[in-house]
Design a protein around this ligand. Structure first.
Ligand code: PMP
Length: 360
């Protein structure tokens, strides 16, 4: 191909690849079990579908840019004032809004690594400097993170439970960390998997932020509420933080179907949380079965498990794929496997049982 002149791009784009979501494998006999993206395995409830259909009748109109009804519903459900809430296009959209509000060249953004893959991409785009603090035994090393804070640190992500390891930090540890963060530095507690937590010592961020104007709690409708395809997330924080973040929203970025579906999901929450209970039961079953097979599995409070596999990671993912099971490999580190329906989990457990190596 002849060389063509191209537009010039920001040099930061050379530093990372485009975000690659989990993919879907199909076995030679046509079976497919998607355990690669931590989604809910359950389709939408009839009441949610109905709300989406109703909203679809008016898609010639822009959505409510202020998401007034949705924010009211969130406010009522979580007993937080409406001006403490900001919504966005998925919690990843809210993460970008937060960075837009806070990060700039010269600033540092601190987070544990490995953690949610969108953090490095979005931090790089913001122009700020990423500072990554390695996990210790698959868990946030909050003491090391506190040590890594400098006068340039403007934002800190704490992903609780952590994606992809599933581990969660407990109240005492988190509170003593928060006590060490300067008031002008914002901490984002990413609770995308909050509804799957069963360890009572893991705090609900919504009980913490009231005393801490520099703490923002991030939630999503993508996981427990089963709306990953519609993209709606929100944060709860001091009104000064929520107000600043709202200013950075791309206009109309939470579409009208997403707003209607999220409101209907809150109305049907009991049923959705029952489904979550089923996933948590399956998580216990999968973790015990893996341990019985001889695997070492860190404790998980999320809807996925982590297998440390080092150099065998891609080989393990290929063994899964051959049976139509999609997992999320992180080359050289390990694989994250979502908890799905019982038959999906059985398909994964069968591959794990047959795999010739264990990770002890
Ligand atoms: N935070 C964490 C920790 C996640 O794992 C994810 C999704 N994988 C998100 C945020 C983003 O979720 P969404 O944008 O769908 O709300």
């Amino acid at each position: 191909m002849p060389e063509v002149a191209t537009p010039r791009f920001r040099s930061v784009l050379d530093r990372f690849a485009a975000y690659k979501p989990g993919k879907t494998a199909v076995s030679p006999d046509g079976r497919s079990y998607k355990l690669s993206s931590n989604e809910s395995p359950f389709g939408p409830l009839p009441s949610v579908l109905e709300a989406i259909g109703e909203a679809a009748r008016r898609v010639n109109r822009y959505p409510d840019n202020n998401a007034t009804a949705l924010i009211e519903a969130i406010s009522e459900r979580f007993a937080v004032p409406a001006d403490h809430i900001a919504v966005g296009c998925g919690s990843v959209g809210v993460t970008q809004m937060l960075l837009e509000a806070v990060a700039e060249p010269g600033a540092e953004v601190l987070y544990a690594w490995r953690s949610f893959e969108a953090y490095p991409v979005l931090v790089a785009l913001s122009g700020a400097q990423a500072v990554q603090v390695p996990l210790r035994e698959e868990t946030h090393d909050l003491a090391a993170m506190a040590e890594a804070i400098t006068e340039r640190t403007r934002l800190i992500f704490v992903c609780n439970p952590n994606n992809p390891t599933g581990t969660a930090v407990r109240r005492a540890e988190l509170e003593s960390f928060l006590d060490r963060v300067p008031a002008d530095c914002l901490v984002v507690l990413d609770e995308a998997y909050r509804e799957y937590i069963r360890d009572e010592q893991v705090p609900d961020g919504l009980t913490l932020y009231g005393d801490r104007p520099n703490l923002a709690v991030l939630r999503t409708f993508s996981k427990a509420y089963g709306l990953a395809g519609l993209r709606v997330g929100f944060l709860v924080a001091h009104p000064v933080v929520a107000g600043a973040v709202r200013k950075t929203m791309l206009p109309f970025s939470v579409n009208s179907l997403a707003q209607a579906a999220a409101i209907a999901s809150l109305a049907a929450e009991d049923e959705l949380l029952e489904r979550v209970e089923g996933t948590v039961k399956e998580r216990h079953r999968v973790v015990s079965a893996l341990r019985d097979q001889g695997w070492s599995v860190p404790p998980t409070e999320a809807n996925f498990v982590w297998l440390r596999l080092g150099e065998r990671t891609l080989d393990f993912a290929a063994a899964c794929e051959a049976q139509g099971v999609s997992v999320r490999p992180f080359a050289g580190e390990g694989a994250r496997v979502s908890i799905g329906l019982p038959e999906e989990n059985d398909a994964f457990l069968a591959v794990a049982a047959a795999y010739p190596h264990r990770n002890r």
